[in-house]
Design a protein around this ligand. Structure first.
Ligand code: HEM
Length: 447
C-alpha cells in the first residue's frame, strides 16, 4: 500500500468531547461502504478508506463517536491496514496475551532510535530480569520524593500568576513540568529541557506514529539519537567516576545512581547501553504523554463543569483529586491505544458473536480509549463520575509492558492539576496549536 493514509493517534490531544455525546452515530461504517460502491479500483478503495479511518482515529479528532459505532456494530474491525479492537474484554485479551500480541509492531524502531529498551522486548526471562532491576531503580517507595519534586517545580512555574494574567498552559507548564521533574528524578539534571523535548518528540513520532514509514520522521529521530547518545554516555561515565570516588557510603536517590551501583553486581547489572536506553526511553515515554495528560485533565474539567468540584477535592486530599484527574482523562487519554503485532494465527474474542480469526502478521490497534468507554464494562461511560474502580482506567495499559511509571505519573498528574486548581479559575483564551499531533500551545487566563 502506498504512503497515502493518515496514522491513527497514539497520543491524545485533548480534542473536544463535549458533554458525553459519544453515542451519537455519524454513520462511519456507511461512509466506508459508500466508498466501495463509488470506486471500482480496489486499491483506490482501500487507500481512501484507510485515509478516512486514519482521520477519524487521528490526533485532533474526537475519536469517541467513531469507537462507539465500532463497539456497537463492528467491535473487531478490519481496516485495509490493520484490525481495531474496541471492546474492554478484547483490549485486555490483546494486552495480556503477551506471546501472541507483541510490541514487534514497533520494536525495530525502538532499537534503532533508542537502543536496547525493554519496551522492544518479548516475554522472556531476560525481559523479566531487566524489568525487575528497573522496578528497584524506579521504585514505588519514591512517592514522597516525587511528590516533593513535582510540588517544587510546579510551584516555581506557577508562582507569579494571579487573576487577570494569561499564560500558555502547554508551553509554560504542562510540557515543561515533566521535563524538569524527570531530569532531576533520573539524575541527569544537566540536560536542557529543550533538548529533552526535541529528542522525545522526534523519537516518539518515529517509533509510535509512523505507520507509513515516512523517511523524514526517521531522519529526525536518528539525528536526535546521534546527538543524545554521546551526551548521555558522557554523563553516565562521569557519574560512574564520581560514585567510584564516593565509596560504599553514598545513598543513591536518583535512578542513574541506583543503576550504576547495581551494575557492580552481575545479577542486577544493566549494560551501559541499557542504562542509556532506559533514560532516553523514559524521556520518550513520559514527557509528551504527561504534558497531554495535564492539559487534557484541565480542559475536560473546565468543559464538563467539574472545576469547582475538583478544587474541593484538591482541598480534601490527593486521592480525592486523583479521582477527578483520572476521570477527566478517560474522555481523551494521553495514550489512546497502541499497535501490537499478532505473531501467530489466533482467534480473538473466541466463543462470542464477535470472534475473529487473525492471521499471523496482522497489525492490531488496541484501542484503550474505546475500552474505557465500553458500556458493557464501564457503568454509564458517557457520564463524568469521579472515583470509578481502578480497572476502569487503562492509561498505562495492561499486561507485560504496563507502564513502569504508572504510580509516578499518578502523583505527577495530581500535583500538576492541584497547582492549576489553586490558581482559581482558568479560561481558554486562544486556539490550541499542534505539531505532528502533539499539543504545543494552549493560551489560558486566570479569572
Ligand atoms: C502520563 C504519563 C505516562 C503515560 C500515559 C504512560 C504510558 C505508558 C504506556 C501506555 C506504556 C506501555 C506501552 C506499550 O505497551 O506499548 C508505557 C510504558 C513504559 N513507561 Fe510510561 N507512561 C507515562 C509516564 C511514565 C513515567 C513517568 C515513566 C518513568 C518514570 C515511564 C516509564 C515507562 C517505561 C520504562 C515503560 C516500558 C515498560 C515495559 O516495557 O515494560 N512512563 N508507558
Amino acid at each position: 500500500m502506498e504512503n497515502k493514509t493518515a496514522t491513527p493517534s497514539v497520543c491524545g490531544t485533548g480534542a473536544p468531547s463535549d458533554g458525553g455525546t459519544n453515542t451519537t452515530s455519524t454513520n462511519y461504517l456507511a461512509q466506508l461502504q459508500a466508498v466501495g460502491q463509488q470506486l471500482s479500483d480496489p486499491v483506490k478503495v482501500a487507500q481512501q478508506q484507510a485515509a478516512m479511518i486514519g482521520k477519524w482515529m487521528g490526533a485532533g479528532s474526537d475519536q469517541l463517536p467513531f469507537y462507539a459505532e465500532l463497539q456497537a456494530q463492528a467491535p473487531v474491525f478490519q481496516t485495509p491496514l490493520f484490525t481495531i479492537v474496541t471492546r474492554y474484554e478484547d483490549v485486555m485479551e490483546a494486552y495480556n496475551n503477551n506471546d501472541v500480541f507483541t510490541t514487534g509492531a514497533f520494536s525495530a524502531q525502538i532499537t534503532r532510535d533508542i537502543g536496547p529498551f525493554i519496551l522492544a522486548m518479548k516475554n522472556t526471562a531476560e525481559y523479566e530480569r531487566q524489568k525487575s532491576i528497573l522496578r528497584l531503580a524506579v521504585a514505588r517507595t519514591d512517592a514522597d520524593r516525587i511528590h516533593a519534586l513535582v510540588t517544587e517545580e510546579s510551584g516555581k512555574l506557577l508562582a507569579t500568576y494571579k487573576a487577570g494574567d494569561s499564560f500558555d498552559l502547554v508551553a509554560q507548564y504542562s510540557r515543561l513540568l515533566p521535563a524538569l521533574v524527570v531530569r532531576r528524578y533520573l539524575g541527569v539534571a544537566e540536560i536542557p529541557t529543550e533538548q529533552i523535548w526535541q529528542w522525545s518528540r522526534s523519537m516518539f513520532r518515529d517509533i509510535f506514529a509512523n505507520l507509513t514509514q515516512d523517511p523524514q520522521l526517521t531522519k529526525a529521530a536518528v539525528a536526535s539519537r546521534d546527538v543524545a547518545f554521546p551526551i548521555l554516555d558522557q554523563l553516565i561515565e562521569s557519574r560512574r567516576q564520581y560514585l567510584d570516588q564516593q565509596g560504599a557510603d553514598h545513598d543513591p536517590v536518583t535512578v542513574l545512581d541506583r543503576l550504576l551501583i547495581m551494575q557492580r553486581t552481575t545479577t542486577t547489572a544493566l549494560t551501559n547501553d541499557e542504562i542509556r536506553a532506559t533514560i532516553l526511553g523514559t524521556f520518550v515515554g513520559m514527557v509528551d504523554l504527561t504534558s497531554i495528560g495535564i492539559m487534557v485533565a484541565a480542559v475536560q474539567l473546565m468543559k464538563r463543569g467539574m472545576w469547582d468540584k475538583a478544587q474541593a477535592a484538591a482541598a480534601q486530599d490527593d486521592t480525592a483529586l486523583l479521582g477527578y484527574v483520572l476521570e477527566a482523562m478517560r474522555f481523551s487519554p494521553p495514550a489512546p491505544g497502541a499497535f501490537r503485532l499478532c505473531e501467530q494465527d489466533y482467534v480473538i474474542a473466541k466463543g462470542t458473536d464477535r470472534q475473529t480469526a487473525l492471521k499471523a502478521g496482522t497489525l492490531v490497534y488496541v484501542a484503550s480509549v474505546a475500552a474505557m468507554q465500553d458500556p458493557v464494562y464501564v457503568d454509564s461511560p458517557t457520564e463524568f463520575r469521579a472515583g470509578r474502580p481502578e480497572t476502569a482506567y487503562l492509561f498505562w495499559f495492561s499486561g507485560l509492558h504496563t507502564c513502569l511509571g504508572q504510580y509516578f505519573s499518578q502523583i505527577q498528574l495530581t500535583i500538576a492539576l492541584k497547582g492549576l486548581l489553586q490558581l482559581g479559575h482558568l479560561q481558554i483564551v486562544g486556539p490550541p496549536t499542534l505539531e505532528g499531533g502533539f499539543p504545543n500551545n494552549l493560551p489560558v487566563k486566570v479569572v
